[in-house]
Design a protein around this ligand. Structure first.
Ligand SMILES: O=P(O)(O)OC[C@H]1O[C@H](OP(=O)(O)OP(=O)(O)O)[C@H](O)[C@@H]1O
Ligand SMILES: NC(=O)CC[C@H](N)C(=O)O
Ligand SMILES: [Mg+2]
Length: 486
């Protein structure tokens, strides 16, 4: 299991389609617009009258499919695809999804997962005791094996039993020879949407930007606890549980999702504009220009500028030929990565008092580099405004932040961080300001959102991760009275 925080990483992207002559090509196109969710590997399984064909590999989608021959093997009218960023298991090709399983009744099924299971260790032990052998090392396959060992009478009952046995964050798309099946965990941590093509094909995918990419119309969100079954007779909505409590990951709105996506009726770009506007109200400052850190904070920077009346300008640019997340094993390499990625437009910043807006600080690599770069380019002062609260708790539901050790916000006060990054002032958005910016998704105490990274309020027990979490909280004296909302 990765135990080092490497910066903010994405989490996997899913795309499934049923009933199209161009199933594999549309899956490729959809995954292309979900590439920001995972850059470690990609795969597509197509379904040609019950015969499955798979191509998968390490790297970006375009790299995996650089040989045009590969797409031509993916025949059929249904397909499921995945782009991976690992949260569990190693980085090898065996963990690249979709995974394939044999099944006595349906013959075979494919499985693609976004999220992270919190009871994977326990499940693995249980399955090992039943002589199950594993095909990979990540958590994702465990649902497939639970289906295989279930003594329920049919595939859907077996799947429901498995879904009731796993814990944590999971959006799944599965495919049997005769159906596309999707399921979402009882907290709905990850986004999952249903769309329709003009020719009648049905799509289920992680974000609405993938529906737009392939020209599909949004139909509805998949709801927590649902099992959606699409086959030649249409779509059926079923449940594996009705004991649900919406807690969608607030980091989806802050950083992960693409700004042109709409999650549960809320435009990601609009939510980020409001985050920027709220931090402008909470922490105003006199300055000449507002600049954002490309790319993910640009919406928030525009929001800050609009609300404060300080003009927004393009003070920084990002080299388009560097992958979004620069995952490097050493701090020296990470710093070089940021310097290869971001540069300053001197004429915008020289001699100015600057508000620098970013969406988040994880290790502080990006902001300390940029503040120094701005000062070197002649900025008079740099006031850093972060459009989310202080990131100090791990995430166990699908973001690769499973330790507080390298989270600067867990180990330092805001004043210390200001000095470490060399800013003239530093302020973070409050949790209330964040919730207000996203909007209340329902009238429960958590407003339908998971804000655990900021306030330690985990919406579920943590199972495999509980002991480690308790140890870290105690070590850092992070928070008194951290609770779970059971
Ligand atoms: O404090 P750090 O450890 O440096 O991590 C925080 C930075 O990482 C993310 O951006 P990313 O580099 O993923 O690029 P993006 O904004 O273009 O997505 C995030 O938006 C911050 O800018
Ligand atoms: N980012 C994700 O959603 C990861 C899925 C799965 N846990 C894996 O490690 O492959
Ligand atoms: Mg960024």
């Amino acid at each position: 299991m990765p135990n080092e925080v490497k910066g903010l990483n994405e989490e996997c992207g899913l795309f499934g389609i049923w009933g199209s002559e161009h199933a594999a090509q549309l899956t490729y196109d959809g995954l292309h617009s979900l590439q920001h969710r995972g850059q470690e590997g990609a795969g597509i399984v197509s379904n040609d009258h019950g015969e499955f064909h798979r191509q998968r590999g390490l790297g970006l989608l375009a790299e995996v499919f650089s040989d045009p021959q590969k797409m031509t093997t993916l025949t059929g009218q249904a397909a499921v695809g995945h782009v991976r960023y690992a949260t569990a298991g190693n980085h090898g090709v065996e963990n690249i999804q979709p995974m394939l399983f044999d099944h006595p009744q349906v013959k075979q099924f494919a499985l693609a997962h976004n999220g992270n299971l919190t009871n994977a260790n326990q499940l693995r032990q249980e399955l090992r005791a039943q002589n199950v052998t594993f095909q990979a090392t990540s958590d994702s396959e465990l649902l497939g094996e639970l289906v295989q060992v279930s003594n329920q009478p049919d595939f859907i009952s077996q799947l429901k039993a498995g879904l009731n046995h796993i814990r944590g964050g999971f959006a799944y798309i599965m495919m049997t020879p005769t159906a596309l099946v999707a399921a979402l965990d009882p907290n709905g941590f990850r986004p999952l949407v249903i769309g329709k093509m003009d020719d009648g094909a049905t799509i289920i995918c992680s974000e609405t930007c993938a529906l737009d990419q392939v020209g599909a119309t949004f139909v509805r969100d998949v709801e927590p606890g649902e099992v959606v079954i699409v086959n030649n007779h249409g779509m059926t909505i079923d449940h594996f549980t009705t004991d649900t409590h919406l807690a969608i990951c607030s980091m989806e709105y802050i950083y992960f999702a693409r700004p042109d996506s709409v999650i549960r009726g809320i435009s990601v770009h609009e939510a980020r504009l409001r985050m920027g506007a709220n931090i402008a109200k909470e922490a105003p400052v006199k300055a000449d220009v507002v600049i954002g850190v490309p790319n993910s904070s640009l919406s928030a920077a525009i929001g800050y500028a609009k609300a404060s009346g300080i003009p927004y300008d393009m003070g920084m640019i990002k080299n388009q030929y560097v992958a979004r997340t620069f995952i490097e094993p050493t701090q020296a390499k990470r710093a070089r990565g940021v310097s290869m990625k971001l540069s300053v437009v001197k004429s915008v910043v020289a001699g100015k008092d600057i508000v620098l807006v970013d969406d988040s600080i994880v290790r502080g690599t990006t902001s300390s580099y940029i503040v120094r770069l701005l000062k070197k380019a002649g900025a008079k002062s740099v006031h850093v405004r972060i459009a989310s609260p202080v990131l100090k708790f791990p995430c166990y539901y699908g973001i690769d932040i499973q330790t507080t050790k390298e989270l600067i916000g867990a180990n330092h006060t805001v004043d210390e961080i200001r000095d470490l990054i060399g800013a003239d002032s530093l302020a973070y958005l409050s949790v209330d300001g964040l919730v207000n910016a996203i909007g209340e998704l329902n009238d429960t105490t958590n407003h339908g959102l998971c804000t655990a990274y900021f306030d330690g309020q985990y919406p579920t027990p943590l199972y495999d991760y509980q002991a480690g979490f308790d140890e870290e909280v105690a070590r850092l004296g992070l928070y008194e009275g951290v609770q779970h909302i059971d």
